[in-house]
Design a protein around this ligand. Structure first.
Ligand code: ZN
Length: 523
């Protein structure tokens, strides 16, 4: 939870995807999230089991257990092949009553009597209840083909007095010759456009459509830079990957990781997403503050990206849409939304944030908005809400509540727009269902726990699987196809029909799986 990820993300900052999250390395792991796998159950590559996946329950609950493995993941996702470079993630929680110092975690490959340590690490000091996720990236070139066991073990500092934990997963490696042709032939390649370096995989749609992607990137970069008034172009790498991660885009330092193709999977517009991510890329340069991300609330960073992009997933009239949200009765009060921004309903949070920035700019103009961001200097221990409130009082001479009350009054005066309401209802329902899909069938893609290893190392090591391969699961595939039915229906203008599909999907899922809380109810 509060413990600092150790090897996890090498990135200093993972600025979230377009809808994405902007997250700092110490983002606490959300309880139970990503804990889809049941320990000691075969899952990865043999025949995908269409059996129910109940929410994660820690293995063999024992009150005396001092360390508990709450999550054990293997990457890449989907079927595994001989020669894959495997990565492991193990989250260990101190379930004892005392702080633990000197605990260890290891991964062994068990094979009958013989076993071999593939990875090990010392855990940092863990307070009672705290957990730590250890990540080993591309540590084992898996061979030979066939089934094998991986055993993750958490060892307490004093074995015998304290009880550790162990989780075994049985996996299957398909023969190398079965690797899909597209993946076998894919190589990393690079091309330059005016604004950016483009890194892509040969044989993919990104390679085929590269001239279009470059044109979009150049246009988006020029538009954002002009809007912000950033004089010099910043070195920017755009990595185009086939795998759908999060909602399609992430900004990590100087790099944008974007899914392509996107619009035949999500109701989203790639140029808008490019503008969003490029806004993240340029924000600190615009403010002339290298450490700006540490000082700005996520609510403001994402709101600014939505505003500069001209919409969240697509061009949108933000104030009208915020007024629609208000009429839908789903408004989240700002002082609540600002705290733990990424844990609130995603589309609602981003819409309010974008519309709020629009309101600030409407009220005081662009230079004042910039001064407002520059004035934000986070004091030690200060929360996002406190910081925002202090800066609003200093620059706009109003508290959060005062500002919101006046803003809401103005929004209530805007005309009701039934099309905005219908589209917003569909958008919220679609993306909630998408995230329900990801958390259940593809947790490595879920935006708060995305498996996004360092692309530069992938290029050096010629590793492509983590950026291409998708999970194989008949039940997940069924769910995915219903999502696509809804998306296509909405694209023809039948938003009501699309919502019916989503409602039926969520109801069936809730009834059969008991996961109702994970799937948004479109009503
Ligand atoms: Zn973002």
């Amino acid at each position: 939870m509060g413990s600092k990820p150790h090897l996890i993300h090498k990135y200093l900052v993972l600025l979230g995807l377009l809808l994405g999250a902007l997250w700092l390395p110490a983002l606490p792991s959300l309880g139970g999230e990503g804990a889809r796998e049941e320990p000691a159950r075969t899952s990865l590559s043999v025949t995908p089991t269409p059996s129910p996946r109940p929410p994660f329950v820690p293995p063999t609950p024992s009150l005396r257990k001092t360390l508990t493995i709450v999550d054990f993941r293997v990457h890449p996702d989907g079927p595994l092949y001989e020669g894959d470079r495997l990565s492991f993630e193990v989250e260990v929680r101190n379930t004892g009553a005392l702080p633990l110092n000197g605990a260890r975690v290891e991964i062994r490959r068990g094979n009958g009597l013989a076993s071999e340590i593939l990875a090990e690490a010392l855990l940092p000091e863990l307070a009672p209840g705290a957990s730590h996720r250890t990540v080993w990236t591309w540590v084992w070139e898996a061979r030979p083909a066939g089934s094998f066991s991986l055993i993750a073990t958490a060892h307490p500092p004093e074995e015998g007095l304290q009880v550790g934990d162990s989780v075994t997963r049985t996996l299957f490696l398909r023969p190398e010759g079965m690797l899909p042709e597209a993946e076998r032939r894919a190589r990393w390649a690079q091309a330059e456009s005016r604004c950016c370096s483009h890194i892509y995989l040969t044989g993919t749609a990104a390679e085929r459509d590269l001239p279009q992607l470059m044109a979009w990137a150049d246009e988006a970069e020029a538009a954002v830079r002009a809007r912000l008034g950033v004089p010099a172009r910043l070195p920017t790498q755009i990595v185009w990957i086939p795998r759908l991660l999060g909602q399609g885009g992430f900004t990590v330092g100087d790099s944008l990781i974007l899914t392509y193709p996107l619009s035949d999977r999500l109701p989203a517009d790639l140029p808008t997403i490019l503008r969003h991510e490029l806004t993240h890329r340029m924000t600190c340069a615009w403010l002339e503050r290298e450490d700006c991300l540490a000082h700005l609330p996520s609510f403001i960073l994402e709101g600014m990206a939505v505003f500069v992009a001209g919409g969240h997933y697509r061009p949108e009239p933000l104030s009208l849409r915020a007024a629609a949200l208000l009429r839908m009765g789903q408004w989240i009060p700002l002082d609540r939304l600002v705290e733990g921004f990424y844990t609130h309903p995603h589309e609602i949070g981003y819409l309010e944030a974008g519309a709020f920035v629009e309101e600030l700019v409407r009220e005081g103009g662009w230079p004042r908005f910039r001064a407002f961001l520059q004035a934000m200097e986070r004091r030690p221990g200060e929360t996002d809400r406190e910081l925002l409130d202090r800066a609003l009082r200093a620059v706009y001479h109003q508290s959060i509540q005062g500002m919101e009350a006046r803003w809401l009054e103005r929004l209530r005066g805007l005309p009701a727009d039934p099309d905005q309401i219908a589209d917003l209802q569909f958008t919220v329902a679609f993306y909630e269902a998408l995230r329900a899909y990801q958390r259940t069938y593809d947790p490595s893609a879920y935006f708060l726990g995305t498996w996004l290893p360092d692309w530069r190392e992938a290029v050096r090591e010629r590793i492509v699987a983590d950026f291409m391969r998708e999970p194989e699961d008949p039940e997940g595939e069924w769910f995915w196809q219903r999502l696509q039915d809804a998306r296509r229906r909405a694209a023809t203008g039948d938003v009501q029909g699309a919502r019916e599909i989503l409602r039926a999907l969520c109801e069936r899922w809730a009834n059969e799986r008991g996961f109702g809380d994970r799937c948004f109810n479109p009503e």
